[in-house]
Each structure stands twice: as structure tokens, then as C-alpha cells.
Design a binder for this molecule. Structure first.
Ligand code: ASP
Length: 361
């Protein structure tokens, strides 16, 4: 069933971890502000669970294994994300990520820890392969939440992160091809194009996107989450997307659950998708419905004609992922796609709920 552990070993490990836990998952704590509405008060413990974007099937499995081994959810989430950052074949995250328009790889990442309510983030970080781990250091060793650019790089180096060339040869070739073919199809726009009903000639260049978001909830209902990306391919240098923005690409609240997103970052920054999802779940809405509510929010907030197709629908993909404190997993997107999840049955890719049922071209 899995790349790392047999199904039997996985289930045995899960059972052992659950057996050693003294807390009933979903049991209302004295502090919990939403005791009756959102939590599933089964009074029984259960397996740790994790959710991620489609590129996170191995990552969710690792995150669950780490939680079974006793890692805090945020550390388990970073452990899962690290394998994707280290994978040179994933050109949307870490090593091998597609570069900015000048051919330089710039990474964004953030982490959030439910029990402490703390967060850490890096933006436009160059030459460091594991930005999520740097975000963890910021969370644990400073009073800040986000460091960007040169300051983030110096901070990372001070903690011993080595500088590496993140631009692999296949990603450099894609960048060279983009540069030769770009024409007017880059990320610069004339202000007139932002007039609703304005120029229609604008064609959004299909910049390849991709990111990993990973939400994790352990057997006692503590939550943690992480998002890491090389961002929009061929972006304007210094552009930071939603991924490292606490409340947009990633959010968690230990009383409620985790929420995060991937896809068009500019839309998710404006929608504050991660925090919005968590607040929806606080009202008692299921994770999938909370994600779909975030998709609808993006639709409502997308007013520029240049971002709509000929049917008036957003012409971009956005996907959301959530887990509530009770361990229910959900995901929804603008267009059909899949997501990764792991529970006591192991790691799988599953179809997300989509507002529009076709795949985006
Ligand atoms: N959200 C990422 C960004 O805008 C890209 C993606 O997830 O595809 O940087």
C-alpha cells in the first residue's frame, strides 16, 4: 500500500500510537470555544491524519508516520514537505523549482503550529533548498513571523543551511524556452487591463504553478501545517505569492483545524483562503464544504475580465485543503483535480470536490 511501510506495519503503528494516547480526540477542552458545533465527539482516539496537494502523497505518509513516532504535527508536516523540496523532479518546490523571469529560483514557505499559535515564514528566499525548515527556525528562534530576501538568506546561513544552486538543468531549459517564446505573455500588465470590461486582448500566460501545502492533525487533535513553493514560474523577481502568507496559503487553529491552498496565489492572497476555511469550520461546516466556500469566495472576488474565460468563470485553478480537529479531511478546487490524504488506511490520491467539473486546460 505504501512506499515506506507495509499496510500491516502502518496499521500496527497507528494502533500502538493511539493506544498510548490518553486523550480522546475531539473531546471538548475547557478552553474550546466551539465545543458542540464543529467537533465530532466520538470519545475515542484515532489515527493521525494529513492532507496535501496532489504532489504530496509520499509527504502525507511521512507526516503521519512522524506523528505516530511522536513528532508534533508542525514538525511532521515539515518532514513531509522536506522530501518534496528535496525532489529535483518536482519543479514547483525547492530544488529544481522553476525560476523567476531572470532565471533565479526564489522560494516561499511558511509553517504554523496549533498548540503554541506561532508561525514562521520566508519569502523570496534564494539558494536554500529547505525553506520550510528555515520558517520553523524563524518560528522557534525569533519574535518575528516572516523574513524575506537577503535577510532571510543570512538568517538561514546563520543556522547552518548550506547555499546551493537550486536551478537544475531541466528547469533552466524550461526557463530559456519561456524567455524565447514569451512575447507579451509575461506578468506585466498595463493599468488599462485592470479595468473591468477593459481590453480583452490580454491572454494570461499559462505560467506553470505548483506548491505543496500539508495539514496535519495528530491522535490527540493537535494541529500543524506547512506550505512550500517556488511560486509562479517566471514571476517578476521579488514576487511573493500566497504560500508564505499566514491566513492565505496556510493557516491552522488548534481549536478548529487546518486550512491551506495552492494555485493562483494572487487570488488566494485576496481571499485569505486558509483563515477563511478555518473560520468556516468553526461554524460547524465540514472541511470539504469549507474548502468549497473558499472556492466560491475566490469566484466572487475575481472581477477582472482578463481573469475570466468566455463563460465568465475564473480562468485559473485554485485548490484548498482542510482537516478539522476531529480528523475529518476535505479538499475542493475551482476545476477537477486530485489531492493527497493519509489516515489509518494509508496514503492515497483522491478526487477533490470541484466547482466546475472539467479539468482546466
Ligand atoms: N500558490 C502558488 C503561488 O502563487 C503557486 C501554486 O500553488 O501553484 O506562488
Amino acid at each position: 500500500m505504501t512506499d515506506h511501510v507495509s499496510r500491516r506495519r502502518f496499521l500496527q503503528a497507528t494502533a500502538a500510537s493511539v493506544a498510548t494516547s490518553s486523550l480522546a480526540v475531539g473531546a471538548p477542552s475547557a478552553k474550546a470555544p466551539f465545543p458542540a458545533s464543529f467537533a465530532v465527539h466520538t470519545g475515542r482516539v484515532r489515527s493521525p491524519v494529513a492532507v496535501a496537494s496532489e504532489n504530496g502523497k509520499l509527504a502525507v505518509q511521512i507526516a503521519v508516520e512522524k506523528m505516530i513516532a511522536g513528532y508534533a504535527p508542525v514538525d511532521a508536516a515539515v518532514a513531509g514537505v522536506t522530501v518534496v523540496e528535496d525532489d529535483p523532479l518536482d519543479d514547483s518546490v525547492g530544488l529544481g523549482g522553476l525560476p523567476n523571469e531572470e532565471g533565479v529560483v526564489e522560494l516561499d514557505a511558511c509553517v504554523m503550529d496549533g498548540p503554541s499559535g506561532l508561525a514562521g515564514a520566508v519569502g523570496a528566499l534564494q539558494n536554500i533548498q529547505n525553506p520550510a525548515q528555515v520558517a520553523l527556525k524563524i518560528m522557534r528562534h525569533t519574535d518575528h513571523v516572516m523574513l524575506v530576501g537577503e535577510g532571510a538568506l543570512r538568517f538561514a546561513k546563520s543556522y547552518g543551511f548550506p547555499e546551493v544552486n537550486l536551478l537544475t538543468e531541466p528547469s533552466r531549459q524550461k526557463w530559456l524556452e519561456w524567455r524565447e517564446r514569451r512575447g507579451t505573455l509575461d506578468k506585466w500588465i498595463h493599468p488599462d487591463e485592470n479595468t473591468v470590461g477593459g481590453k480583452e486582448w490580454f491572454t494570461q500566460w499559462k505560467h506553470k504553478t505548483g506548491t505543496i501545502h500539508l495539514g496535519a492533525v495528530n491522535a490527540t487533535g493537535d494541529v500543524g501545517s506547512c506550505t512550500s513553493t517556488s511560486g509562479l514560474a517566471f514571476k517578476i523577481p521579488g514576487r511573493v505569492g500566497d504560500s508564505p502568507i499566514i491566513g492565505s496559503g496556510n493557516y491552522c487553529d488548534n481549536d478548529i483545524g487546518t486550512g491551506g491552498g495552492t494555485g493562483r496565489g494572487e487570488a488566494n492572497i485576496i481571499a485569505n483562503g486558509g483563515a477563511f476555511i478555518v473560520q468556516q469550520m468553526a461554524l460547524g461546516i465540514t472541511p470539504t464544504d469549507a474548502c468549497m466556500a473558499a472556492v466560491r469566495r475566490v469566484v466572487r472576488l475575481t472581477k477582472q475580465k482578463r481573469l475570466l474565460d468566455d463563460k465568465g468563470r475564473p480562468s485559473f485553478q485554485i485548490k484548498f485543503y482542510a482537516i478539522n480537529k476531529a480528523g475529518q479531511i476535505g479538499s475542493a478546487g475551482m476545476y477537477a483535480d486530485s489531492y493527497a490524504r493519509c489516515d489509518e488506511n494509508g496514503a492515497v490520491l483522491a478526487d477533490l470536490a470541484s466547482l466546475y467539473h472539467e479539468k482546466i486546460k
